[in-house]
Design a binder for this molecule. Structure first.
Ligand SMILES: Nc1ncnc2c1ncn2[C@@H]1O[C@H](COP(=O)(O)OP(=O)(O)OP(=O)(O)O)[C@@H](O)[C@H]1O
Ligand SMILES: [Mg+2]
Length: 218
């Protein structure tokens, strides 16, 4: 597919635990087109996080291929510009305030000047944290922290956002608000979204819904 953002083909991943082999992914195929939103559901332990790590190039499959926009380069430098990741447990840097946390994404790929600072501030405004930019993560609620993480994921104007249960630590109302925000921002900016979630309502908001079962998409 010419407008493929992400292509995974025949992905296999097995973990060895003592003398046990855990065959987590048994030939996952996935092609994601530019601008799509896709949800991935599956039972706990079905391999969703494992798959997302592989799609992010953070771990290597035992077999299969992964390309981003048709290219097999999934190295750290390209990753920082190509994709944003949102995790269940936020992973903000505790010593840095909200603005610095968002800017951190940019620091990895290049220079930070006034334009970058303005962009980070604009993103924090968009996620409703205009008044909280100088707050440390400990001074923010769970939902606010996740909104900082969403702003950070968007900082480098990525082509793709991978989100692993981004509402897992939030109450239902706050979680729904974060999902609406994430979907809205992705739609607005044409960013492709792959969302892992246990929540059927959140999954249904995505353009395509997939279920991981017995190591493959059912
Ligand atoms: N580094 C590892 N070493 C050994 N086993 C692992 C490792 N990482 C994951 N696993 C195993 O792989 C399986 C899939 O784990 P994974 O975290 O991908 O599941 P998940 O679908 O994300 O589950 P959840 O919904 O609970 O987050 C589990 O059985 C897990 O124990
Ligand atoms: Mg998981």
């Amino acid at each position: 597919m010419s407008n493929s953002i992400l292509n995974a083909s025949g992905i296999v991943k097995t973990f060895l635990s003592g003398d046990r082999r855990i065959e987590v992914l048994r030939g996952v195929n996935l092609d994601v087109a530019a601008g799509e939103s896709i949800s991935i559901r599956g039972e706990s332990g079905s391999g969703k996080s494992t798959l997302l790590h592989l799609l992010a190039g953070l771990d290597a499959p035992d077999a299969g291929t992964l390309t981003w926009e048709g290219s097999p380069d999934t190295g750290a430098k390209r990753r920082a510009a190509f994709l944003g990741i949102v995790f269940q447990s936020f992973y903000l840097i505790p010593e840095l305030d909200a603005l610095q946390n968002v800017l951190m994404a940019r620091r990895i790929v290049g220079h930070i000047g006034s334009a970058e600072r303005d962009r980070a501030k604009e993103l924090l405004k968009r996620v409703g944290l205009a008044e909280r930019m100088d707050h440390l993560p400990t001074q923010l609620s769970g939902g606010e922290r996740q909104r900082v993480a969403v702003a950070r994921a968007l900082m480098n104007a990525p082509r793709l956002i991978l989100a692993d249960e981004p509402t897992g630590n939030l109450d239902e109302h706050t979680g729904s608000a974060v999902i609406e925000l994430l979907l809205g921002l992705c739609r607005e900016t044409g960013t492709t979204l792959v969302l892992v979630t246990h929540n059927a309502d959140h999954a249904a908001k995505c353009g395509r819904q997939l279920v991981l079962r017995e190591g493959r998409f059912a």
